[in-house]
Design a binder for this molecule. Structure first.
Ligand code: ZN
Length: 467
């Protein structure tokens, strides 16, 4: 029996930066340059969708973290929000993230760099003093005092290490608003912080504060929301509200999926920790790495086949009940296989392998082989007469029918070459032939050692070769 499977390995790389105090200044507050909606406001999350307020030019802010083109900032009054990078004037220490070059500044609006000045090694600390109009290059000053331009992507601002860098792997995932209501609402905000960590954004208002968590996946009314906000008054969490428009994906619509997901069988923040088998063997020979992959593949196939093995174990025990005929045992086996494999599939999807398309394919393969295994075990090894298991004796087999399969094949074959005074030309002919294979219908004869009953099992077999 052939088995096919795929294994997808995720590797996670995390960056951390040293703490450094710095202040930045808002340089833009009016609509200009980039997308209008992204300038002049600060937002609840890095997606820049939920506006929290306007920012005036000259406002001093503290950078907390940088995610791509978006900065997480804190205002002097304590408010926290996200802004697009073009709003900030960077006069801060910056770290070079890739070996690159320092070039002359070539016009204020240019993406391109001027003449080469010096090379900059990864990890070098420079001082930023501005950004080109289009945002393509950073103007920086090195420790040697050289001033020049660096491609923006290669210079990253050093930020306060207060809020952990966001990653989908570390994102907290909680499900159903009702759980949150029970655990957090009407309790102290320290419980909120303990459970979800620091908020993505925190807005202080006169009457109540709003804590935004845009990295918490929330379920409500069978819809998936990309965030939740809590309202806090006098250090007590007053209420909560989901952010944005809810959606439901294909997995959310599967029967029982949300129920199993709600069970929180694993702590969801632990379940996403993937351990790389290459942690300490990255320098090992590729052959060893190859065998580790093979070993992983085998483990992976065994892991997603657990429900199948359970079904097979139960079915083989049910097969020992003499009062049940083969048809009933098969029916019970099929129903068990379909239901247990489905439950296991939903469980894996909710808590272990969050890749619906890969898992659906893999589980369909497992189910196919599971049904096939049950069928052959019962037909081959269980007496249809006295219903004894493993009593069958092999009494040989007979070919009952044959189907010939013809396959046309062709290839270009060298024929001859002609020679003129200047050139030699090769000539080819197309050679055609037919290939035959045979599909045999075979009857395997079985006899019961217990009651002597004879029966046969029909199967097909493909034989390569000519007729
Ligand atoms: Zn028998």
């Amino acid at each position: 029996m052939k088995k096919f499977s795929l294994l997808i390995i995720l590797s996670l790389i995390t960056f951390s930066l040293q703490a450094q105090d710095s202040t930045w200044t808002i340089v833009k507050s009016k609509v200009s340059g980039y997308t209008a909606t992204r300038v002049g406001y600060f937002y609840a999350g890095p997606s820049l969708k939920n506006k929290l307020g306007k920012v005036k030019v000259g406002t001093k802010v503290y950078p907390i973290q940088q995610r791509g083109d978006v900065y997480h900032i804190r205002f002097q009054d304590g408010q926290i929000g996200w802004v697009y990078f073009t709003m900030l004037k960077e006069t801060q220490p910056m770290e070079i993230t890739k070996n690159t070059t320092l070039n002359e500044i070539k016009g204020s609006g240019s993406f391109r760099l001027g003449k080469f000045i010096d090379s900059l090694k990864k990890g070098t600390i420079v001082t930023g003093f501005g950004l080109s109009k289009n945002g393509g290059v950073h103007y920086v000053k090195t420790e040697k005092g050289q001033k020049g331009a660096v491609i923006r992507q290669y210079a990253k601002a050093l930020v306060e290490k207060e809020i952990p860098e966001y990653s989908s792997q570390t994102a907290y995932k909680f499900h159903f608003k009702t759980d949150i209501d029970l655990d957090i609402v009407q309790k102290s905000d320290s419980i909120l912080k303990k459970k979800f960590g620091n908020p993505e954004a925190l807005v202080f208002n006169k009457d109540q504060d709003t804590w935004y968590y845009t990295n918490i996946e929330t379920y409500h009314n069978k819809l998936r929301f990309k965030g939740i906000k809590f309202f806090v008054k006098d250090n007590i969490v007053v209420s909560d509200s989901v952010i944005g428009k809810g959606s439901s994906s294909f997995v959310d619509k599967l029967p029982l999926y949300l129920t199993i997901k709600k069970m929180n069988i694993f702590k969801s923040d632990d379940s996403s920790k993937k351990i790389s088998p290459f942690k300490n063997v990255s320098k090992l020979h590729w052959i060893i790495r190859f065998f580790i992959r093979i070993f992983q593949l085998i483990l992976g196939i065994l892991f997603i086949s657990i429900a199948h093995f359970v079904v097979l174990f139960i079915t083989m025990r049910i097969a020992k009940i003499p009062s049940l005929n083969n048809g009933k045992v098969l029916l019970i086996g099929y129903l068990l296989s379909i239901s247990l494999n489905y439950l296991y599939y939903i469980f894996l999807l909710a808590h272990v392998i969050q890749q619906p398309y890969f898992l659906t394919f893999a589980m369909a393969v497992v189910l196919y082989f599971s049904l096939k295994t049950i069928t052959s075990r019962i037909n081959y090894h269980r007496c249809p007469q006295c219903h004894t298991m493993w009593s069958a004796i092999d009494k040989g087999s007979k070919i009952t029918g044959q189907t010939h399969i013809t396959d046309n094949k062709s290839r270009r074959k060298f024929s001859h070459s002609t020679q003129t005074s200047y050139t030699k030309t090769n000539h080819y002919i197309t050679e055609k032939w037919k290939e035959y294979s045979t599909e045999q219908e075979i009857k395997d004869f079985r006899q019961c050692a217990n009651c002597g009953y004879r029966w046969n099992v029909e199967r097909t077999e493909t034989v390569d070769g000519h007729v």
